[in-house]
Design a protein around this ligand. Structure first.
Ligand code: ATP
Ligand code: MG
Length: 329
């Protein structure tokens, strides 16, 4: 079975963007691939985190994956916490020592996140090396992701190719798996930006844990434009295009059909339909989420994920360690 691998940072509550770019793809492909789904808590601390909130977000994320349809009972599903598997950090260090600094500082995410803070940490710079380690330890064929992480997956590919050329075939070169619609759900208040779970504006993002009332309120107050025409044009009409995308993904309607359906309608109609589609999909997750949280299954899932992922990662790390000349002959 080929492998899929993805992770969603526990840097806040999961958004409908995370659902589109990450979770829904895992759910769609989980029967066809061996799946490595991890919580990148080590990535989350590249920006400041409250430790208690971080612990909580980790467990809440796992429960939400399962509530969204990830099946932890599949023998080919492995769910684990990044920091519980020490090989990620070990391999990341090796990559840091082989990656030119300029390759890291030109990353879009580094530029965007470093601009938000007066100072930034080394971890924010080397984030893509750790992400490359997360991926390359497991030889996945695909990395399901939104468009924002494409550049990091490309860097991981380059690292894999560089190592394979220098040391022999060590890594499978992975490919990003990006959905054709919903790869970049936009911020509801600043639609030129992507929606992010760590956004400081609570009206900007719809969280999978939001109440029905909040989902409707946030989508109804989404920023659009003043020309009053519904058409899909991400460059010139990012807000309206975002609502069409959200409607398309959550109502299960093809994007072209959605555009036709709302031809001549008002923005209010589109917002109502988008809100309705999100509510119908997301609100039922809540019961399952509460059931998972109270069932006590999360610890067992994470223990077996840690054991299995550590086995696989250890084997790969041993190969790399020898290849670069560490330790004794
Ligand atoms: P943060 O603000 O902390 O970076 P985030 O919302 O960007 O959080 P990540 O943990 O960085 O979420 O990314 C998790 C997954 O969700 C990745 O596959 C990423 O590509 C995807 N993703 C994130 N935001 C969006 C979005 N707006 N639209 C589609 N996919 C997204
Ligand atoms: Mg992000």
């Amino acid at each position: 079975m080929d492998r899929l691998l993805t992770g969603l940072q526990p840097s806040g509550a999961l958004t409908i963007g995370n659902y589109c770019g990450g979770i829904s793809q895992i759910v769609n492909y989980q029967n066809e691939y061996e799946t490595f789904l991890f919580v990148p808590d080590m990535h989350a601390i590249t920006v400041p985190q409250d430790p208690e909130a971080l612990h909580r977000n980790i467990i809440n994320a796992i429960a939400m994956y399962i509530a969204c349809g990830v099946n932890p009972d599949l023998p080919n599903m492995h769910i684990y916490i990044q920091s519980e598997n020490l090989y990620h950090a070990n391999l990341s260090w090796i990559f840091e020592c082989f990656t030119p600094h300029g390759d890291l500082t030109r990353m879009h995410q580094f530029k965007a996140k470093s601009a938000l803070h007066e100072t930034f940490t080394e971890g924010l710079v080397t984030y893509p090396d750790l992400m490359a380690a997360d991926i390359l330890l497991y030889d996945p064929k695909y990395v399901p992701t939104g468009i924002d992480q494409k550049q990091h997956v490309e860097l991981a590919r380059n690292i894999a190719i560089r190592f394979n050329n220098r040391f022999g075939e060590l890594f499978r070169v992975p490919e990003p798996l990006i959905p054709s619609v919903g790869a970049k759900i936009r911020d509801l208040q600043s639609p030129e930006n992507k929606m992010s779970k760590s956004s400081t504006n609570p009206k900007a993002s719809v969280f999978l844990s939001d109440s029905e009332k909040d989902i409707r309120k946030k989508i109804m107050s989404a920023v659009t434009d003043s020309d009053g025409v519904i058409s899909f044009d991400e460059q010139n009409k990012p807000g309206v295009s975002n609502l069409l995308t959200i409607y398309s993904v959550f109502a299960g309607v093809n994007l072209e059909d959605a555009v036709t359906q709302f031809d001549g309608a008002g923005y209010g109609d589109l917002k109502k339909a988008a809100a309705e589609a999100v509510v119908s999909k997301v609100i039922p997750f809540r019961d399952k989420y509460n059931e998972v949280i109270s069932s006590g299954i999360i610890n067992d899932i994470l223990n077996s994920g840690r054991e299995y992922s550590t086995e696989i990662a250890r084997e790969k790390y041993e190969l790399v360690r020898r290849a670069v000349g560490f330790g004794r002959i």
